[in-house]
Design a protein around this ligand. Structure first.
Ligand SMILES: O=C(O)C(=O)Cc1ccc(O)cc1
Ligand SMILES: [Fe+2]
Length: 420
């Protein structure tokens, strides 16, 4: 039996400099710090934009490694048990209604390793129960938490922070939630990963493309693109007829995408991630926005840099017309590198007024010093999956970046700072 997940609780990062990364998320990405926990061993900041919550944790150093950590140390909730050599996004935490029974269900499954068996944490505002399982993807782990009996600002040990410096108001940056998490994975690992999530968390596959093969996933393997994409989402309790207590049915659920590189087309961006990150992991996270143009404008003014597709993308006659038909000015989309895909649908349930579904996406340059993790803004106007046109355009813009001087420059800067 699988463990039922109610919703995504937060995503946690392990970095060498908490203040630097938190400052980047606040000053550029418009997140607000709302809770903090500082002890002599740990520094943790919780940041929010809409319902999207990031926790930035200081990476345990090699000398902390192997030290027996007490589960009463809230650091454990975030799965920061292990030293990791580079900054990384390493824990996706889910709210569950009953941690002991979810953990029992997982313990009976093959291939489910616990980093932390069920434990309790408390302070004067209440208590939480949690456990941590290792995922089949590189250094990624999942905390399962029941926070229904906790009244404090975030988790036990965190104190409320009233942000002196607030991010842009909602109208200028309407990011509402995490839309999807994309894993970069080694060759031939997809089947094992999808099976693990189906068996343990009841995740279900959904098709990125109508012509996708159930076993193969969505394969792009020509014109220099060598990519297998497989998408999953977690069990929608309302659709399955199973009603869970506390489940907020309006809570949007987050999709998961597995990106596997295929060998025939040569070295690519997934291989670069695997090298620089020293293994599989979270390659990017899609932040959902209700207005991508306004959000990209606000973030760009704050210093966020976006990947841009080749300029010809915006001048190609068909694409220009598509943008105009969707109600967008191609020049505005071009200014921020926003990609548009159109999906002509036969069914009518989610159509927009022009009878089409649109997907708009823009991708940021890497967030950490290495060319690893990046963020994405995504606005869905009826489209629920991922667009082939956008995937190709993203691929080309990232490949261009890898091949021009900027990637090499970052690499040599990293080498220099390591030598210092
Ligand atoms: O299109 C998206 O947002 C995806 O998440 C799919 C994707 C995943 C990995 C890539 O290197 C390129 C595209
Ligand atoms: Fe994405």
């Amino acid at each position: 039996m699988a463990a039922y997940l109610s919703r995504l609780h937060h995503i946690s990062l392990q970095v060498s400099n908490v203040d630097k990364v938190a400052h980047e998320l606040v000053s550029r990405f418009q997140f607000n710090v709302f809770a903090a926990r500082r002890t002599d061993r740990a520094k943790q900041l919780a940041l929010r934009r809409g319902s999207a919550v990031f926790v930035v944790n200081e990476r345990p150093s090699l000398s902390d490694c192997g030290a027996v950590r007490d589960h009463r140390d809230a650091g454990c909730v975030f799965g920061t048990h292990e030293h990791y050599p580079v900054d990384t996004v390493s824990n996706v935490c889910f709210e569950v209604t009953d941690v002991p029974s979810a953990s029992r269900a997982l313990r009976d499954q093959d291939g489910c390793e616990f980093l932390q068996p069920p434990a309790e944490l408390q302070d004067d505002r209440g208590r939480v129960t949690f456990s941590i399982v290792r995922s089949p993807v590189g250094n990624v782990c999942h905390t399962l938490i029941d926070s229904s009996r906790y009244q404090g600002p975030f988790l036990p040990g965190f104190r409320e922070v009233s942000s002196g410096c607030q991010g842009a108001d909602r109208s200028r940056c309407p990011i509402t939630h995490f839309d999807h998490i994309t894993y970069a994975c080694p060759r031939s690992s997809t089947v094992h990963i999808t099976n693990w999530y189906r068996r343990n968390f009841g995740f279900q596959r959904f098709f990125i493309d109508r012509n996708e093969d159930v076993d193969e996933g969505y394969v792009l393997n020509h014109d220099g693109i060598g990519l297998r994409l497989t998408a999953m989402e977690y069990w929608k309790c309302s659709e399955s007829g199973i009603k869970l207590p506390f489940k907020d049915e309006k809570e949007p659920d987050c999709k998961f995408v597995i990106a596997e590189s295929l060998p025939e087309q040569g070295r690519n961006q997934v291989d670069t991630f695997l090298d620089e990150h020293r293994g599989a992991g979270i390659q990017h996270i899609g932040l959902y926005t209700e207005d991508i143009v306004k959000t990209a404008q606000t973030l760009s003014q704050a210093g966020v840099q976006f990947f841009s597709p080749p300029p010809a993308y915006y001048t190609e006659v068909g694409k220009q017309q598509e943008m105009l038909d969707a109600g967008y000015d191609p020049q505005t989309l071009s200014r921020y590198g926003i990609l548009l895909d159109t999906d002509i649908q036969t069914d009518t349930d989610r159509q927009t007024t022009d009878g089409q579904r649109h997907l708009l996406q823009v991708f940021t340059k890497p967030v950490f010093a290495e060319d690893t993790f990046f963020l994405e803004l995504i606005e869905r106007r009826g489209a629920t999956g991922f667009g082939e046109g956008n995937i190709r355009a993203l691929w080309r813009s990232v490949q261009a970046y890898m091949e021009n001087g900027e990637h090499q420059e970052r690499q040599s800067n990293n080498q220099l700072s390591k030598q210092r």
